[in-house]
Ligand binder design. Structure first.
Ligand code: NAD
Length: 307
């Protein structure tokens, strides 16, 4: 671990991989006024419509080293978000998930090393698996339970190694459950979107198991603040949790969604999902102390941004 040069972002050339996706597109929105923003995306889950005017688009795949080198060339900072994000897809097709998530990350880190760009590598709370300590600090054992989690552990460790071996100014963030506008309602990471969609339609809200499992729901605007703070800090070779530090049960989430949508949709308990983590919550002390990270959006307020 070492301190590296800090990068104040305004006026800089910045690349966002996965910038057409849920979190990436909010990050692009936040940067577009003050930075020259480039986006590398293959739009497999993201959308061109998410992008504001004036962004330079590199329509390509993070597995394509030439496309990555072209996208990274000349930028000061890279936010690396492009990934196969679905845990279920990683279980169905671990080789594909690995190729995008791990080989793609290596391509980004290696090009950034040549361009001497600062990198914010986006890992995940999935690296902790079923944590023994909740709220979970960054120092907790890293024992992922899915191919996606193992991929993210590789992202995490390669970024640290590139910092240690080559002096690349890379930093890692581990977001917990991010929610907000533009999130797809297609898999478990989109539980908030699924609940909202059902509540608004008056359809049953599907809660796995007893619903007393807890998650740490971070509004996307706070996640973006954490990403920017990580880029602008001088921390290098370190990982930071991004969450709220508050545990919310899935039952409480369903109740909050019903309240903000004024819905009387019933809650339907389904079989528990095998391999589901019981409790997940970030210890955000390190991110607060080092990055000044301070999530500010309360759950009900955040849900209201989606209605
Ligand atoms: P998303 O699916 O909306 O965004 C991923 C983006 O990457 C999409 O625009 C997609 O088109 C692009 N992409 C996928 N494969 C690609 C490839 N081979 N080449 C180029 N682009 C490709 O998902 P998201 O929720 O916005 O996730 C963004 C990042 O944050 C991911 O790295 C994810 O692992 C991480 N993350 C998300 C959460 C969450 O709660 N959403 C939590 C922890 C970590």
């Amino acid at each position: 671990m070492s301190a590296g040069p800090s990068t104040t972002l305004p006026g800089r050339d910045v690349l966002v991989t996965g910038g057409g996706g849920f979190i990436g597109s909010h990050l692009v929105d936040a940067l577009a006024d003050d930075c020259d923003v480039r986006v590398l995306d293959d739009f497999s889950t993201g959308s061109r419509e998410n992008l504001p005017e004036g962004v330079t688009l590199v329509d390509g795949d993070v597995r394509d080293r030439e496309a990555v080198a072209e996208a990274v060339d000349g930028v000061d900072a890279v936010f690396h978000l492009a990934a196969v994000v679905s845990v279920d897809r990683s279980v169905e097709a671990p080789l594909e998930s690995h190729a995008v998530n791990v080989d793609g990350t290596l391509a980004v880190l290696d090009s950034a090393r040549r361009a001497d760009a600062r990198v914010v590598a986006v890992s995940s709370a999935a690296v902790y698996g079923d944590p023994s300590e909740v709220p979970t600090p960054e120092s907790a054992p890293l024992e992922p339970l899915s191919p996606y989690g193992v991929d993210k552990l590789a992202v995490d460790q390669y970024a640290r190694l590139y910092a240690d071996l080559y002096g690349l100014p890379a930093v890692v963030v581990r977001p917990f459950n991010v929610y907000g506008p533009r999130q797809s309602a297609s898999d478990y990471s989109g539980v908030v979107s699924v609940f909202l969609e059902r509540a608004l339609a008056g359809d049953p809200i599907p809660v796995h198991g007893d619903g007393e499992q807890t998650r740490d729901f971070l509004h996307v605007s706070d996640a973006v603040d954490g990403l920017v703070a990580a880029a602008e800090s001088d921390a290098t070779g370190e990982a930071f949790n991004l969450g709220t530090g508050r545990q919310v049960s899935v039952n409480d989430l369903a109740a909050a969604v019903k309240a903000v949508t004024d819905s009387d949709a019933p809650v339907r308990h389904t079989d528990p999902r095998s391999g589901d983590v019981r409790h997940s919550c970030a210890d955000v002390g390190k991110a607060h102390r080092t990055l000044g990270f301070e999530p500010s959006v309360r759950l009900r307020e955040g849900l209201a941004t989606l209605v």
